[in-house]
Design a protein around this ligand. Structure first.
Ligand code: 26W
Length: 810
């Protein structure tokens, strides 16, 4: 493999410094050294990719193309150095430049090209694919601004632009040989030509898509995954006529409009806004990617007849669903296929994953918007829909309700989920529970129509990033006990379970957690000037801020603890620090209100004059939670809060990151928590609350939050406290939300689950205080049971059961 020696590394880096920055090693700034190192590491990966590419070509290997509007990559240097196995020579080489590798890691901005779970999953998958030598490419957009930078001013979230490219660009390789024209607007005309009836598309606005590649090396493998990011720019033909007529403004406007497409990532997670620019982004991604895939395929194999045998194209959530009509357009208009053949090729190539059941997240577009912006795509959608409805009519004669629910076009809306299902040969959810729910509720009609399409692939995480790289201390213990094999085969973590009676191992687990807590406390001090006492228990909820994830339920319990301590500051309770990290979608008012409540509650406690209270209860809201912060936080956590209303969290992946780092979960039977409980055993996880079917039942019978309020004095006291407020601010609005909001009070049933939650919290505190050894034993069992939740296993499931992909080393 293309590794290097210390001397070679030194020369490579010094060479970059002279050629790209005109400085000698002794003059170079840390930033310049960082960039020179990135360029050197990138070169190694480009070479490695080329070798793998050759192998793919020779083997005529099938490839997967993963289309996703988000790839939440975080930092790349540490991961690349680890995966390439070049840490030692590089560290030594850097001595002569007067910096350490750790210093350089800190120079790198996060590539925050995603919102949350969906985007981080896509990033984890690229790692799993490369490590197992699967031929894979991700496609997304090269957003100039990634997910906003969060500032919290007086408890209120402010969004600032995320300027990542100055430091992140060094990873990108511009591919001037990969450029495609994407067309919007314009008009259609049908014409008779040599190919029969042809649809001609004219007067379109054209935008050019230019590729920027980012390499993701596998760990100790031959493969490198490529993430191809499209940047939009005006087509390089200047409208001279407009310009010479003196229409400068119009010319410049067109230029600006083109670039707008890849300007910024939409910050909304689980809520579809239906904005025209977002539609343009989606089509831009889909059209550029498919043109690229198709042209590569044709260069290699001549025609598109073999596309399904050689390419698996994945639609990650419905955001790239226009891949269905776009592939049809390319087959029909540019390659003159008959409709039926084109349709068979399309559906055999595409597969779709659903990542959420929330109604407000299910995407629909106004049909007239699509008709205007994408007239040809609209025409194809109408024909897909016509044929679908014909077939449904044959299968379910007279069942108009069903047919109207299943149609793609209805009442001036285009339903992207229906389109994705109809246009794919496979539809999957991301945990067992979620996959059952989609079959039985949101996609029930489709499940009855084509049951063979539906399947499950439970999510997984890049465990080398989340365990090996983030927690070397824990890995040292694992290596002592079970060797290093788990890095490439996470199922071997199970061998760690044998040590659950070994007192010295259990003790070391506690010591390691303590070290990671101290490190995080230092990090929080440095980042935010906040003091965290590592002697307290770290109870952490880190994920996007959303009503269904119920950060509010957590807050209600903290308020009750605070009340108890205000009543009796001498109360003998387990000292805890509650840590939150979460961004809210910019326009999501309720989420921002909950954030404000937590921040004001935190401040109220911090300002409490009684040190006996402050010593036992601390609340910390970490600002700007992102991948890099997460890597510091997961290993330091002792309690993992996974408390969504059952049936709402498709899977969760943070839950897996906490688990593999030995945190104990307090959670509902939701998403992947269900499978975590099955694997670790119910004695080692703290499950509470209504189950998904019980939630449905309570809902059917009419949920009334007041009945819980009336029966529970503790709850009444908490609501009172909300109204009185914290740090001088009343939160009566939240009290109202829980009890009186129309049309429903407490839509995510915090009050229904409160008693069970608080009881379970107490149970955990008792265990922590009374039997720390048993706590560590449970922690050990969680680590040992986490292997299944590796992205390596997830992508293997996709590869064998959905994509029909083979490893290139087997
Ligand atoms: C169009 C607005 C929008 C944006 C993003 C709608 C929906 C999304 C995503 C699908 C939301 C998301 O990230 N879902 C999360 O996906 C993870 C990976 O499968 C799961 O682990 C989480 O449970 C799920 O919430």
């Amino acid at each position: 493999m293309n590794k290097f020696t210390e001397q070679e590394a030194q020369q490579l880096i010094a060479g970059k410094l002279t050629r790209y920055f005109g400085v000698s090693p002794s003059e170079a700034s840390r930033e310049q050294i960082y960039k020179a190192v990135v360029m050197s590491v990138r070169d190694i990966m480009l070479e490695k990719r080329q070798a793998f590419h050759l192998k793919m070509k020779k083997a005529k290997a099938k490839r997967v193309y993963y289309l996703c509007m988000e790839f939440l990559m975080g930092r790349s240097l540490k991961n690349s150095v680890y995966n390439l196995g070049i840490g030692k020579p590089l560290s030594k080489a850097l001595k002569s430049f007067g910096v350490t590798l750790e210093d350089l890691y800190e120079e790198e901005p996060d590539a925050g090209l995603g919102n949350g779970g969906l985007g981080r999953l896509a990033a984890c998958f690229l790692d799993g694919l490369a490590t197992q030598n699967y031929p894979a490419m991700g496609f997304s957009i090269c957003y100039q601004y990634g997910l906003f930078k969060q500032k919290i001013v007086d408890g209120w979230q402010i969004e600032l632009p995320d300027v990542w490219l100055p430091g992140g660009e060094a990873w990108l390789t511009q591919r001037t040989d990969k450029q495609f024209i994407v067309r919007f607007d314009g008009e259609l005309e049908e014409k008779w030509t040599d190919h029969g009836m042809e649809t001609v598309y004219y007067n379109a606005r054209e935008v050019e898509a230019v590729a920027y590649d980012m390499m993701v090396s596998g760990a100790d493998s031959e493969a490198v995954s490529v993430l191809r990011l499209w940047r939009a720019r005006p087509v390089q033909k200047f409208d001279m006529q407009l310009f010479s007529q003196g229409n400068y403004a119009e010319v410049m406007r067109d230029e600006g409009e083109a670039e707008l497409i890849s300007k910024v990532l939409y910050p909304s997670d689980n809520h579809s806004e239906g904005k025209s620019l977002r539609l343009k982004q989606q089509y831009f991604l889909v059209s550029a990617s498919l043109q690229c895939i198709v042209s590569d395929h044709k260069r290699r194999y001549g025609s598109l007849n073999l596309l399904p045998e050689m390419a698996a194209i994945h639609i990650n959530d419905t955001h790239p669903a226009l891949a269905v009509p776009e592939l049809m357009r390319i087959l029909l208009d540019e390659n003159y296929y008959e409709w039926d053949t084109a349709w068979n090729i399309t559906t055999a190539t595409l597969a779709y994953t659903n990542h959420t059941v929330l109604a407000e997240a299910l995407e629909t577009w106004a049909e007239d918007l699509i008709a205007r912006r994408l007239p040809r795509i609209h025409g194809i959608l109408k024909e897909i829909n016509r044929r679908l409805c014909d077939d449904l009519w044959r299968r379910f004669p007279g069942d108009w309700d069903k047919i109207s629910r299943m149609s793609i076009l209805s009442h001036n809306t285009v339903r992207m989920a229906n389109l994705s299902i109809v246009g794919s040969h496979s539809v999957n959810g991301v945990s067992e529970l979620h996959s059952e729910i989609i079959k039985n509720s949101i996609f029930r009609d489709f499940y009855e129509y084509t049951p063979e399409k539906f399947t499950n692939v439970t999510n997984g995480i890049a465990h080398r990033r989340w365990l090996n790289q983030s927690n070397p201390e824990l890995c040292a213990l694992l290596n002592d006990c079970i060797g290093e094999g788990y890095a490439k085969d996470a199922s071997r973590l199970a061998e760690f379970a044998k040590f659950d009676k070994d007192e010295s191992v259990l003790k070391r687990i506690g010591e390691i957690k303590r070290i990671k807590k101290e490190q995080f406390a230092e990090y929080a001090k440095k980042k935010q000037g906040i003091a965290i006492d590592p002697n307290t228990v770290f109870d952490v909820q880190a994920k996007r801020m959303h009503e269904y994830k119920r950060q509010l339920l957590n807050a209600l319990h903290i308020i009750s603890c605070y009340n108890a301590l205000r009543d009796d500051p001498n109360l003998d309770v387990l000292p805890k620090t509650y840590i939150f990290g979460a961004k809210a979608a910019a326009g999501y008012d309720m989420a921002k209100q909950i954030m404000k409540l937590i921040c004001f509650l935190a401040e109220d406690i911090r300002r409490n004059p009684d040190p006996r209270i402050r010593e036992k209860l601390n609340v910390v809201y970490m600002e700007n939670y992102n991948v890099t912060m997460s890597e510091a936080l997961m290993p330091a956590s002792e309690i993992s809060e996974q408390i969504s209303l059952a049936g709402k969290e498709a899977s969760g992946t943070g839950n897996m990151k906490f688990m593999i780092n030995g945190a104990l979960t307090i959670g509902t039977l939701d998403g992947a928590n269900v499978e975590m409980a099955e694997r670790v055993g119910t004695d080692n996880i703290f499950i509470f609350g209504l189950k998904a079917d019980e939630v449905d039942e309570v809902w059917r019978n009419g949920y009334n939050s007041s009945s819980y309020y009336n029966q529970d004095a503790e709850l009444r006291r908490i609501i009172e406290s909300l109204i009185v407020g914290f740090n001088g601010c009343s939160f009566a609005e939240i009290a109202n939300y829980l009890l009186r909001k129309s049309p429903v009070a407490d839509p995510y049933m915090c009050l229904a689950d409160y008693e069970s939650y608080t009881r379970t919290q107490h149970k955990m505190s008792e265990l922590y205080r009374n039997d720390p050894t048993d706590w560590n034993r449970k922690s050990l069992r969680n680590i040992a049971a986490a292997g299944y939740f590796s992205a390596d296993r997830s992508v293997r499931d996709y590869a064998t059961r959905i994509w029909g992909l083979k490893r290139l080393d087997k």
